[in-house]
Design a protein around this ligand. Structure first.
Ligand code: EPZ
Length: 433
């Protein structure tokens, strides 16, 4: 097991390059096996969630050729099994995208039912409602979702809740169904558009992705394609907040500024400077920032995956801020960890955080409770006076590639060391002083 050791107080300054979007990659890799020809995916983020999904795909018998760290070629021609067992789904929930892909292509799939996770119960009833609407039978036996259909026929599907996963999984299941499918109240995230664009590059017929009404006409087969994944909106947002929190000056490269608007607007509202370029964004701050109100919403609203990061910044800002988490029911577990560093945050009713800004944090031994909260705690430690250790960093490595290297390259005092290795901590302290 490994941990980060961090010395706070150094502003982040310089350039950082953002990788491919994890949450687009997961849907795209599942879609890729629907062709019986080699599909090449580039700008692939080399993160744990992606690598686990590639292992699950390989287990089906599909060809998986990792040409290099950020490129993979996939071919579904050799798939021999439509079963994805619990070992993968337990490690990475979005393995359930293989349900939609295998059902859509082979009219059969068996994938373990994903449990909840650290941020909420995370049901998948809407995914299954969509499969049934297309004519599939769905049963849950011995912890496995078993779905099959004699044929899949397009239908008009209304999502009761805006759901990224259900929108993607239904697109996968419907893209080769007979006739037309409409997904109403669809999620509009950039990664939805990326998965739809990728499927269209393989010969699918999908219109309206990025709006709340996606219209599809099923095709009989999908073909080879070469596709580059969009930049990761949340990795970019995390570095934007880190730049502002450390009172630094960071040029964040390989981004789509439009995808970051909700974050940019809020950072400017509290007093940071945000400068947009074609494929980059520069965030600077040289003073203590102000307070604001945030409510997480589906895109284009403020992303729930940026909630812990912005709350951490507001915990250091002047005045009282309110952060309302409207997507997940348990996404404030990091507050206890921030309190150990001196934050003054009160969570009311489970989904509203009342944040009294404090002058500064002091370093502490803290634990990452989940992926995005872990990234937020690293930002907190980079600002805190003194030394911190952050453990359970395997959560962070699920969604951030070379996180500590990118932060260190910007001047952050951070290293990855074995857990409980006191000698390594002392060595780090001697090195950074
Ligand atoms: C995706 O999760 C992302 N994960 C999450 O990012 C992200 O937080 C979330 O979308 C919201 O943007 C991936 O893309 C792999 P949802 P997903 O379905 O698809 C409820 C990260 O940090 N719901 O949009 O699971 C659900 O409980 C991760 O990268 C149902 O009720 O999220 C939630 O309240 C964390 N029934 C709301 O909808 C369903 O069938 C939104 O969830 C499905 C969802």
């Amino acid at each position: 097991m490994e941990q980060y050791v961090i010395k706070g107080g150094n502003p982040l300054v310089g350039d950082v390059v953002i990788g491919g979007a994890k949450n687009a990659a997961l849907g795209i890799l599942a879609a890729a096996i629907m062709a019986d020809e080699f599909v090449t995916v580039t700008n692939l983020p080399d993160v744990k969630d992606v690598n686990i999904l590639l292992e699950a795909i390989s287990e089906t018998g599909a060809a998986v050729v990792r040409d290099e760290r950020h490129t993979v070629r996939l071919n579904g021609k050799t798939i021999g099994s439509c079963v994805v067992d619990n070992s993968y789904v337990k490690k990475m929930r979005a393995s359930y995208y293989l349900l939609g892909a295998l059902l859509g292509k082979y009219h059969h799939a068996e994938v373990a039912l994903p449990g909840g996770c650290n941020i909420g119960s995370r049901p998948i009833d809407l995914h299954l409602k969509g499969f049934r609407a297309l004519g599939a039978t769905v049963s849950i036996e011995h912890g496995m979702i078993n779905t099959s259909a004699d044929e899949l026929v397009g239908n008009h599907i209304f999502l009761d809740t805006v759901s990224v996963g259900a929108t993607i999984n239904i697109m996968l299941a419907a893209c080769m169904a007979e006739g037309k499918t409409v997904i109403e109240n669809a999620a509009k995230e950039p990664h939805i558009v990326d998965v739809a664009n990728f499927l269209n590059s393989m010969g699918a017929n999908i219109k309206g992705a990025g709006t709340d009404k996606i219209r599809m006409t099923g095709v009989t087969s999908l073909h080879a394609s070469e596709y580059s994944i969009i930049p990761d909106q949340i990795e970019a947002g995390t570095f934007m907040v880190a730049a502002a929190a450390t009172r630094g000056d960071v040029l964040i490269k390989n981004v789509i500024p439009k995808h970051l608007e909700a974050i940019s607007v809020k950072l400017m509202e509290i007093g940071a400077t945000v400068e947009e370029f074609d494929d980059a964004i520069r965030v600077t701050s040289d003073h203590r920032l102000g307070h604001t109100q945030i409510k997480t919403l589906p895109y284009p609203g403020f992303p729930t995956d940026m909630q812990p990061q912005i709350a951490t910044l507001l915990a250091l800002s002047d005045g009282t801020s309110i952060v309302t988490e409207s997507i997940f029911e348990n996404r404030f577990k990091y507050v206890d960890e921030l309190s150990r560093m001196g934050a003054s945050i009160k969570v009311e009713g489970g989904n509203v955080a009342i944040i009294e800004g404090v002058e500064g944090f002091t370093g502490a031994a803290i634990s990452a409770p989940d992926l995005r909260a872990g990234a937020a705690l690293v930002v907190a430690a980079l600002v805190a006076e003194g030394y911190s250790t952050v453990d359970c960093i395997h959560y962070i490595e699920r969604g951030y590639e070379c996180f500590e290297d990118k932060l260190a390259a910007l001047g952050g005092y951070i290293e990855k060391i074995p857990v409980d290795d006191e000698r390594a901590v002392q060595k780090f302290k001697l090195k950074v002083g």
